[in-house]
Design a protein around this ligand. Structure first.
Ligand code: ATP
Ligand code: MG
Length: 380
């Protein structure tokens, strides 16, 4: 710690004052003891005994005066040192307090810049840890706030678009601006489709906020993953055929018994397979592969459609993210599917990622075969 000029002179002044006071104290003690010796012959005798004890024969080993003076100088020195050290500690504390005030004024990246020793250094370290965790908590809070604002912006945008169409078509009907019944039906049909789109968005949002909370209970059951995938592939066969694609579960392990919330897991695969159908334009084949490795099952949903650009791969799982940004128009999705899928997989203690090259796009899921009970999950 660097002392200011004023503090240095304060210390020097303090040193002189203390030394002066000690000198006066010694002088007083000397005068009193001198008088005591004069009036008390016993004391004179004991001093004589002391003098002879530091004398061997007639040889003086040490002058008793010398011993006395040395002791006085040492105790005096210790007293001055102790006073100065105390004063220096007070100055340190003053510096620490003013640094703390500076941090508290909003300079949260500032840290107490000097090295301290002993308990003071422990206090300063604890303060630093406290400031760090407060700053981290504030950052987290800010991010949550920002992400809430983004959510509201995205939702209002996605609701406003179909809502504008609905109001537009209903307005035409209200003003009787249709030529015939056929046109009237066309308007009501479009308004109906748009209203359904809005319903899907609201339902997806509801699902998304539900699965985002890590305390959401899972409705656990035991099932065979291979059977479940076969069933899903069969359900999508017709849709795939319409798009000129095939869907196949690659035969590896004959059965993989596991425990999970089957309904939520089905939702994950429904999105992955319908994505492969929607975005695998120009592709011919969707394949699903499952294998059991150790205590987990690894499932990949692959399609041979267009490559997802490298920079988009990490963002796919962000809510409302769509690679081609033609949001909700052509394909009608909300951009929440993969965000929901990721939250569901995380709820099960697993993880999901995507990889893509010119030949193959794969979404790979790692899921534990066994689940913790809902109570254990809520506790962790
Ligand atoms: P939703 O699933 O909510 O109906 P969505 O399908 O647009 O809407 P996600 O499932 O989250 O939303 O997918 C996000 C984006 O990732 C898609 O818009 C698409 O651009 C891209 N994507 C997802 N799967 C694939 C795939 N198999 N091939 C290419 N792009 C994909
Ligand atoms: Mg989707």
């Amino acid at each position: 710690m660097k002392l200011t000029g004023k503090e240095k002179s304060e210390l020097i002044f303090e040193g002189f004052i203390t030394a002066g006071l000690i000198y006066l104290l010694y002088l007083a003690v000397l005068i009193i003891s001198d008088q005591l010796v004069e009036i008390s012959p016993n004391l004179k005798d004991s001093i004589w005994i002391f003098k002879t004890s530091v004398t061997i024969g007639n040889v003086k080993i040490l002058s008793y005066k010398m011993i006395f003076i040395v002791i006085l100088i040492i105790t005096g020195g210790i007293a001055v040192f102790w006073r100065l050290k105390r004063r220096y500690k007070q100055m340190q504390l003053r510096h620490v307090i003013s640094e703390l005030h500076y941090i508290a004024e909003g300079h949260y990246d500032h840290r107490i810049p000097f090295e301290l020793s002993g308990d003071m250094s422990k206090v300063v370290n604890s303060i630093h840890v406290l400031v760090d965790s407060t700053v981290a908590a504030m950052d987290e809070e800010r991010k949550i706030e920002q992400s809430k604002d983004e959510l509201i912006t995205n939702v209002s945008h996605d609701i406003r678009t179909p809502l504008t169409s609905i109001i537009g078509y209903l307005g035409l009907i209200e003003d009787k601006q249709y030529q015939n019944e056929e046109e009237l039906l066309k308007y009501t049909h479009t308004a109906y489709i748009k209203a359904k789109q809005m319903k899907i968005l609201v339902e997806d949002l509801f699902e998304y906020t539900k699965v985002r909370q890590h305390t959401t209970p899972l409705n656990l059951s035991e099932f065979d993953m291979v059977k479940l995938l076969d069933q899903l592939a069969a359900d999508f066969e017709l849709d795939a055929e319409k798009k000129g694609m095939t869907i196949e579960v690659l035969q590896g392990t004959p059965s993989i018994p596991m425990e999970a919330d089957a309904e939520k897991i089905v939702r994950v695969f429904n999105n992955l397979i319908s994505n492969a159908l929607k975005y695998g334009v120009g592709g011919k084949k969707i394949t699903i592969e499952a294998q059991k490795i150790g205590k987990e099952v690894i499932i990949s949903v692959n399609n041979d459609g267009p490559e997802i650009p490298e920079e988009s791969l990490n963002q796919l799982f962000d809510r409302f993210y769509r690679v081609e940004e033609s949001r909700s128009q052509e394909t009608g999705g909300t951009g929440l599917g993969l965000a929901i899928a990721q939250s569901i997989v995380t709820l099960h203690g697993g993880y999901i990622y995507a990889r893509s090259d010119t030949h193959l796009t794969s979404f790979v899921l790692h899921l534990p075969l066994k689940q913790q009970s809902n109570e254990d999950r809520a506790r962790n």
